[in-house]
Write a protein that binds this ligand. Structure first.
Ligand SMILES: *Cc1c(COP(=O)(O)O)cnc(C)c1O
Length: 391
């Protein structure tokens, strides 16, 4: 408290009390930053993979892919997306409040009994079953989209259910069907192409029944990457927009998770060579004259629990992480000018001329970039959030 000014301390207390998503929210000093420009660039790149003039619906489920739904929606509004897709009723209502003029599509997420209430809030709901369809019966002003099962056995209407609904739909004029979608979550292959054929079959029937202006969407991240230019009036990607697909697969896209940094809170010098036994891992040999540093990010914050702990940047140099506990990581500082308490450890990001990107860190920890993104963005942003960077 000695070197924290009174004003700063009051800020910290306020932030702790209000649990604001900023740098001090849990008081440990960890900061996550997102790259606003990367998101805008990813939106532009995505449009080049879509049919000309198609609408871009940004998927903001899973609390805005971990960034917080408000933040994710603001990114989308600034980058000029045309609509948003959400995963829960709560997200739907928050999205509607933030972007009242944009279409908000609620994916299959809730029991049919709750659909009518959400639809009455102006949210486009999903009909994925006969029960969901019936729940909307006669609802004035409600709008929905159908989700089709294109062979994945996961969500959506199969042909028999769809035929039954179409027959009924001929007799009712409300609510209004806006279109249909499906989700391809895997790389292209025979099943993908067969799925697309099924989707086109559903789409043709929908258009025949309700007219050509039906919004058909089958291009999520993998559809856009593996089959660019799919001729649908809408696309609804998630991971691609946040830069979670590696550049080798999606050239031109960059991670929106720009950096994760943490302060050094302890430095230990090693006078004699010794085996360090920390956390729950096995011992690590440290040379005489070396040092270790501790930073307050651990398993609980989403960092890997496996054998591969990765490395971080300290004083612009790469340093291996040698142990990890629930709340802390220990880094081997041997051969590095010993840093001061409070100096930054970069888990993801740039320091000096060195850079560890999301994909590098994921490779080093031997997990998928998607997984690392969700672990970090999900865990850290709940408590801590730094400034958004412009570049
Ligand atoms: C999550 C989701 C998407 C976006 O998925 P990505 O593969 O990350 O682009 C699209 N559609 C549906 C139905 C989803 O659940």
């Amino acid at each position: 408290m000695a070197h924290v000014s009174r004003l700063l301390w009051e800020d910290i207390v306020q932030a702790l009390l209000q649990s604001r998503k900023d740098e001090y929210a849990d008081g440990r000093g960890n900061v996550i930053a997102i790259d606003v420009r990367a998101f805008a660039g990813n939106v532009d790149c995505t449009r080049t993979l879509m049919a000309p003039g198609a609408a871009l619906y940004q998927v903001v489920k899973a609390d805005g892919y971990g960034f917080g739904i408000e933040r994710a929606i603001r990114l989308g509004l600034d980058a000029g997306v045309d609509g948003f897709c959400v995963g829960t009723i709560q997200e739907a209502l928050r999205a509607k409040a933030l972007a009242p003029a944009h279409p908000i599509l609620l994916f299959t997420a809730c029991p049919p009994a709750l659909l009518a209430g959400v639809a009455c809030q102006g949210v486009i709901v999903t009909v994925n079953s006969v029960a969901a369809y019936q729940a909307l019966d006669g609802l004035e002003g409600a709008r929905f989209m159908m989700e089709f099962d294109c062979g994945f056995g996961r969500f959506g209407l199969d042909h028999a259910a769809f035929d039954a609904l179409l027959a009924r739909e001929g007799q009712r004029t409300r609510p209004r069907c806006l279109g249909g979608y499906t989700h391809f979550g895997s790389r292209a292959g025979a099943a993908f192409d067969e799925g697309l054929r099924r989707f086109d079959g559903f789409g043709a029937m929908l258009r025949a029944a309700f007219g050509d202006d039906q919004l058909l969407m089958a291009a999520a991240s993998h559809g856009l990457v593996w089959r660019p230019g799919l001729p649908y009036p809408g696309a609804h990607p998630g991971s691609l927009l946040y830069g979670m697909v590696p550049a080798a697969v999606a050239p031109g896209f960059a991670p929106v998770l720009r950096s994760v940094t943490s302060p050094i809170i302890q430095v230990n010098r090693i006078a004699e060579a010794q085996s360090l036994s920390v956390g729950y891992g096995s011992g690590v040999m440290l040379p005489a004259g070396g040092a270790t540093g501790v930073f307050p990010l651990g398993w609980n914050d989403g960092l890997s629990t496996g054998a591969a702990l990765g490395s971080v940047l300290v004083r612009g140099r790469r340093a291996p992480v040698i142990a990890r506990t629930l709340f802390h990581s220990i880094v081997d500082l041997s051969g590095i000018d010993t840093p001061a308490i409070g100096e930054a450890v970069t888990v993801i990001g740039t320091q000096g001329g060195e850079r560890i990107g999301l994909h590098d860190a994921a490779d080093a920890m031997e997990i998928a970039a998607t997984e690392l993104h969700f672990r970090l963005a999900g865990a850290i942003t709940r408590g801590v959030f730094g400034g958004d960077h412009e570049s």
